[in-house]
Write a protein that binds this ligand. Structure first.
Ligand code: SAH
Length: 269
């Protein structure tokens, strides 16, 4: 872990000797066994943990009993803690001399505004150690036993959000589908569940309806569920199986082999 020492500024009245440390840590998809050793050590050493709502209880159980755990989740549709407030809380705790872990689901810099938080802390003169986590898209593919880049089927993979930030230009799903088709790319869609009908109809402009698709809920957690389907039946499958957030959608020919295998009953919805 780094020292987190920072030069005092107008905004940072603490002397460098009093300042704490800050780590931006990936908690992985949920199963604590999937934490990196670095993440585990940081979680155990933390005096304050600021935690997103996708971080599992099993991971939080690894924190010291004396640590202060602050839930600052902001999952779509739920009560959220404004981003500026989360960043302020993190800064205050570091300046209070705490060993702060900002714990985020999956990898801390894959979606979920980790990059914004990192930039904000750095702009405030805080040195931040970033510790990778296994992102949900990787964990989803692995739980299916599928290689997202199997060379028989794909030349690459696209991680994309299904939920563009309000005010941002909407994702051009038609263009993405055409590129995915011609360049043989697997699509891994985060935060796409509520927009699945739209995503499906747009993607169908460039990808065949029989392109295999899988939707995985609660990857790596005891309540994991999965539905294997096709792009043409994506939305109806989600509705029928009542899949709910958090979900990862995987679309692409790398799932072909999977469609022919009987999946373990526990895995499939
Ligand atoms: N930083 C996270 C992603 C944050 S965005 C990561 O690297 O995984 C939040 C989205 O991630 C969710 O809406 C969902 O699409 C996905 N996600 C996170 N954890 C998940 C899980 N255990 N199972 C399925 N999807 C998950």
């Amino acid at each position: 872990m780094n020292t987190g020492k920072a030069t005092p500024t107008e905004n940072n009245p603490r002397s460098p000797a009093n300042i704490g440390t800050c780590s931006l840590v990936g908690a992985g998809p949920g199963d604590p066994e999937l934490l990196t050793l670095k993440a585990l050590k940081a979680i155990q050493a933390a005096t304050v943990l600021l935690v997103d709502d996708l971080v599992s209880d099993a991971v939080l159980a690894l924190a010291a009993p004396t640590a202060r755990i602050v839930h600052v989740g902001k999952r779509g549709g739920c009560t959220s803690t404004p981003q500026a407030f989360v960043e302020k809380l993190t800064l205050m705790a570091v300046r209070d001399g705490q060993t702060v872990v900002r714990l985020k689901g999956g990898d801390p810099l894959v979606f979920g505004r980790g990059g914004e938080e990192l930039a904000h802390l750095q702009a405030a003169g805080i040195r931040v150690e970033v510790i990778n986590g296994i992102t949900a898209g990787f964990a989803a593919a692995t739980s299916l036993g599928v290689s997202l880049t199997h060379r028989n089927h794909a030349h690459g993979v696209v991680f994309i959000t299904g939920h563009a930030r309000p005010g941002d230009a909407a994702t051009d799903w038609k263009a993405l589908a055409a590129t995915a088709h011609s360049a043989r790319l697997t699509l891994v869609i985060y935060m796409g569940l509520s927009n699945a009908a739209h995503i499906q109809s747009e993607l169908l402009h460039g990808l065949p309806a029989d392109t295999p698709a899988a939707v995985l809920q609660n990857v790596s957690l005891p309540g994991q569920r999965c539905a294997c389907t096709t792009l043409g039946a994506l939305h109806t499958t989600i509705e029928r199986e009542q899949l709910a957030s958090p979900c990862i959608m995987v679309i692409g020919d790398v799932l072909h082999g999977l469609m022919q295998l009987p999946l373990p009953a526990a895995l499939c919805a």
